[in-house]
Design a protein around this ligand. Sequence first.
Ligand SMILES: Nc1ncnc2c1ncn2[C@@H]1O[C@H](COP(=O)(O)OP(=O)(O)OP(=O)(O)O)[C@@H](O)[C@H]1O
Ligand SMILES: [Mg+2]
Length: 217
Amino acid sequence: MVEIKNLKKRYGERTVLDIPGLRFKDGETVALAGANGSGKTTLLKILAGVTKASGGSFNVPERVLYMPQNSYAFRGDALRNITISGADRSKALELLEKLELTHLAAEKAKSLSGGELQRLSLCRVLSKKCELLILDEPTSACDTKGAGLVIRAIKDYQNNCGCTVIMSTHSPLLALNAADRLIILNGGKIESDGAPQKTLAEPGTQWAKSFAAGWKI
Ligand SMILES: Nc1ncnc2c1ncn2[C@@H]1O[C@H](COP(=O)(O)OP(=O)(O)OP(=O)(O)O)[C@@H](O)[C@H]1O
Ligand SMILES: [Mg+2]
């Protein structure tokens, strides 16, 4: 279980994250939504150990994998960009196929398009095992088909290892199709927390109502 208590992040005088209490059950898939600057990346970075909190506490399992908001490529071809994380060649090829990147296996990773690179970054992350998978906007650069591939890959991975998944997104498709819980942040605070369909159909506050209205698909 992931448990957060009185978690705060401040930059100077500005508090950008303020979460009194939050729990994620083992095996849960959680989508984190909210406007630009609402604190999604900040929360994920703190849980991933990339950024230090200004106050409060949290616990995460031992094995955590994190995919940042901005995808990056190492030197070399797409296949090497997966095996570099320690995966064997057959696992890397299996993931490339799953994300429909096989035809690009020998291409320089730095030359891939934004959506291709994002799917390659996911392959790199999913080539390892973990207990907590943290994904920052994993479909943001993908077209509809690519987003579908990403969603399927995340689900299959989760079904295989039973890990907890926390992912931020601006995509109703991802939240509604892949998550069993949707948390909406507003100004660093939790505005709403519940089942995605229910949260969008019956938003708790006026603010969540207007946010959900923009998310109707
Ligand atoms: N290093 C930093 N110094 C100062 N302010 C920061 C820093 N990092 C983040 N912030 C501020 O914290 C707030 C939350 O940023 P964060 O990246 O968590 O937002 P987000 O919800 O992920 O937004 P987006 O949807 O654009 O990715 C923003 O207002 C941002 O300007
Ligand atoms: Mg972000």
